[in-house]
Write a protein that binds this ligand. Structure first.
Ligand SMILES: [Zn+2]
Length: 235
């Protein structure tokens, strides 16, 4: 671990810090000791313990099964996505504003990837490009697109960028069903430009290529008629 890795003491609540450390050291599927045992061991009241377990459960880290006990689920990007989605619905954020956050993350990932050049991750980007070249089917192009961007984030080597990209993907993916087959030539060009800039160790060019990608995506969204919407709960 590097020196600036976030420790679990960042929770202001000391009991939360202790519990979070304990829970994150366990594997998904593992069972927590009973509330009585745990409260005794930690020297806290069962009410205080139950309150913190409830908070960890609402974060999706724990799962309480009636009659069976409390189990570790692990912290997964998709559960964070669900929490963010609730926040988005409540604050009526627009999809366009979320896409601009995605663009910012991708630009930073491209910048860091071009500085590093992780050959394995770059090879994965090349595989995704080959998949784009090999198919005219919209679903397959979409999968290749997702694989390409995952590889780009992997190439950045930044765990934080990868984590937030996964969170945002969980939020945006259900709202981004574009027909990529209609514009497959441009799709191939914008992605190839990103990969080439990363391989050429050119961070500025890589960021510019990302901007081109999102300009293209914005045009595609405009053309697909989709009027600007806020995130809504499906009827
Ligand atoms: Zn793309």
């Amino acid at each position: 671990m590097s020196d600036d890795t976030i420790g679990l003491d960042f929770f202001e609540d000391q009991l939360m810090s202790v519990l979070a450390r304990q829970v994150l050291a366990m594997n998904p599927g593992e069972k927590l000791p009973s509330e009585r045992e745990q409260a005794q061991e930690l020297g806290v009241s069962r009410t205080a313990l139950r309150d913190r377990l409830g908070r960890l459960e609402s974060m999706g880290v724990l799962e309480r099964r009636t009659g069976a006990g409390t189990f570790v689920r692990g912290l997964r990007p998709e559960t964070v996505s669900e929490s963010i989605l609730l926040g988005l619905v409540a604050s009526k954020m627009s999809l366009a504003s979320l896409r601009s956050v995605r663009c910012a993350l991708e630009r930073q990932a491209a910048y860091e990837a071009a500085q590093k050049v992780d050959h394995i991750a770059v090879a994965h980007m090349a595989v995704a490009l080959d998949r784009m070249d090999a198919s005219d089917d919209s679903d397959e192009l979409h999968e290749a697109d997702v694989a390409f961007h995952r590889a780009l984030f992997a190439a950045s080597g930044s765990r934080a960028l990868i984590f937030f990209a996964d969170v945002l993907h969980g939020v945006l993916a259900p709202h981004q069903k574009l027909s990529l087959a209609d514009d497959r030539e441009r799709l191939r060009v914008v992605h190839r430009d990103i990969a080439e800039a990363v391989s050429a160790h050119d961070p500025a060019m890589a960021m510019k290529a990302i901007d081109e990608h999102f300009l293209w995506l914005d045009q595609l969204i405009l053309r697909s008629e989709a009027p600007e919407r806020t995130v809504e709960v499906p009827a």
